[in-house]
Design a protein around this ligand. Structure first.
Ligand code: CMC
Length: 505
């Protein structure tokens, strides 16, 4: 959580004073880089209105929110990278005016500047360019995938791609919008099942339109190719269907924000869904169910729980499946999912990790550290156990989250398009980087440590003492795509690298 803004002195001119006329409450907030912290407004709490069912949909008790569709006047980050003065038509990267870079630099040098904050020295630039240019090849498997797509984007339906059609398809034609919504939802289960079949090295099974949605997905994953009368276990089909309902939407979370953000540029919904799926699988979001199981497997037995809880409190571990940006008490889905878990365990047999899961939950809920931080099990705490019990491989768990979430993503995308005159999401930033400076020719540059090199890319070869990279050099191949062993050696004396397998990476 962002720290509360410092309490400013009343005499301080760099402040903003706001009066909430509902309550006469006054807050004074600091102005930094010509901005005020939005969280300061959380202190302005109104009276909870009388509502039907006692649900305050305006969330009044949590203070005033800042409403800024499309981020028209909201800075979402502070940044040292690029500064734009829109009124003057001025642009600089890391302090260097764009005109100077355009005239004197090249793309890879500019990329280095953007990423590491300084223009590279001569040797740094050479290493950087060598490495990038030797990581240009792609795997044969990827080439085959690309070869199977006539258009890089909108491979399913080129006629649904606004770029290929040269018009704002979805604003202009509701029928096209609905057709593609239906296609995406229908195909999502088939694509997921097909990817599972590839993993199992089994032929694809055609979908069955006479089955329920989750039932059909189970069927496509589970049936043998000659078993036409195969039907998934009804209890498991219903369990998956319930999980799909629980995962279908969850207001403006990370992946839905991605969908809406990408969609705001009026791309086709296939591309926006792909972006949302990518946002979903991170371990803080939909990838948490996978992370929960890996965590529980690591803990192993109930006896190891106290040590793990201590490590979480010491901030050495994260308790995956706990905590939520919005829920501060309980996640209503987690209670339902716990019941679904019992159904699945009854059908599939005892899940060995359940003892660890239950004891860990109880230990955390009884510990004041977690209670004070309002950390409770979220939906991912239990869903992973269900998927594991159903026999799904760990890395497939986020797919089981993504398939139903497609509905929520599309709902938000459609809502945004239909709101009329959709605005592109374009957040602002607070610039905190270097002031204007002149381009320095490479021969005049001093070799220096890259300011953020240490926390920058790791896993690439160390080639000089000044490289921002750290290396894992192996006897054959290169480890940065998992090929080869873990032995770590400096390649300083071996420059230029003799390992021609580098290009494999
Ligand atoms: N384990 C340990 N500490 C935690 C956890 C956790 N799971 N979650 C929050 N905290 C701590 C956090 O470090 C902070 O400590 P401090 O006040 O000392 O800085 C405090 O609790 C408050 O957290 P927060 O800032 O309100 O959390 P957030 O809103 O920024 O993040 C979250 C929300 C879900 C990313 C986070 O709780 C988390 O990382 N949980 C584990 C991952 C997880 O289960 N994700 C699934 C989320 S639900 C489904 C979904 O979105 O897909």
């Amino acid at each position: 959580m962002a720290p509360p803004p410092p309490v400013p002195k009343l005499a301080d001119k760099n402040t903003l004073t706001v009066i909430d006329n509902r309550t006469d409450k006054t807050i004074t907030v600091p102005i930094t880089h010509n901005s005020i912290p939005a969280t300061a407004f959380k202190a302005l709490k109104g009276e909870v209105p009388e509502t039907k069912g006692g649900v305050d949909t305006d969330d009044t008790t949590n203070g005033i929110r800042v409403f800024d569709p499309a981020f028209l006047n909201t800075a979402a980050i502070s940044s040292k990278i690029t500064f734009i003065d829109g009124d003057k038509g001025f642009l600089m990267h890391r302090g260097y005016p764009i005109e100077q870079l355009a005239e004197k630099s090249d793309y890879l040098e500019t990329a280095y500047l953007l990423i590491y904050g300084e223009l590279p020295s001569k040797s740094q630039g050479e290493i950087w360019k060598f490495e990038v240019m030797h990581h240009t090849e792609i795997a044969d498997d990827l080439a085959k995938v690309i070869g199977s797509m006539r258009y890089a984007m909108g491979a399913f339906a080129p006629e649904a791609n606004p770029a290929l059609q040269g018009r704002n398809l979805y604003i202009q034609d509701k029928a096209i919008m609905n057709k593609n919504i239906i296609r995406i939802i229908g195909k999502s289960a088939t694509v997921a099942a097909a990817s599972m079949r590839v993993r199992m090295n089994r032929p694809f099974i055609a979908p069955r339109s006479d089955m329920g949605f989750a039932e059909n997905m189970l069927y496509m994953m589970d049936a043998t190719s000659d078993a036409e009368d195969y039907k998934p276990d009804a209890r498991l089909a219903r369990a998956l269907e319930t999980l799909f309902i629980l995962h279908a939407d969850h207001e403006m979370n990370c992946s839905t924000a991605t969908m809406t953000h990408v969609g705001s540029s009026l791309v086709d919904p296939y591309s926006a869904v792909s972006a949302a799926a990518a946002a979903l699988y991170g371990p803080l979001h939909g990838g948490a169910n996978e992370a929960v199981i890996r965590m529980m497997e690591r803990i192993g037995t109930v006896e190891n729980i106290p040590a793990f809880v201590s490590a979480v409190k010491a901030k050495k571990e994260l308790l995956f499946g706990f905590g939520h940006r919005v829920y501060r008490n309980t996640d209503p889905r987690s209670k339902i999912i716990r019941e679904v878990a019992e159904t699945v365990f009854a059908a599939c047999g005892h899940e060995p990790l359940i003892e660890v899961a239950t004891a860990l939950r109880d230990a955390a809920l009884a510990d004041p550290w977690f209670v004070e931080k309002k950390l409770y099990p979220n939906v991912d705490y239990w869903s992973g156990l269900i998927y594991r019990s159903l026999g799904f491989p760990l890395d497939f768990f986020p797919v089981l989250f993504a398939v139903p979430r497609v509905a929520g993503w599309l709902a938000h995308w459609k809502q945004a398009i239909e709101a009329g005159n959709p605005k592109i999401w374009r957040p602002r930033q607070l610039y905190i980087g270097p002031q204007v400076r002149d381009y320095v020719p490479v021969e005049d540059r001093v070799e220096r440590e890259i300011q953020d090199g240490k926390e920058g890319i790791t896993g690439l070869p160390v080639c000089t003492p000044f490289s921002p990279f750290q290396s894992t050099v192996v006897e054959w191949g290169c480890s940065d795509h998992g090929i080869g062993s873990d032995s770590t050696t400096s390649r300083e004396e071996d420059w230029p690298p003799s390992c021609n397998l580098l290009k494999m990476c």
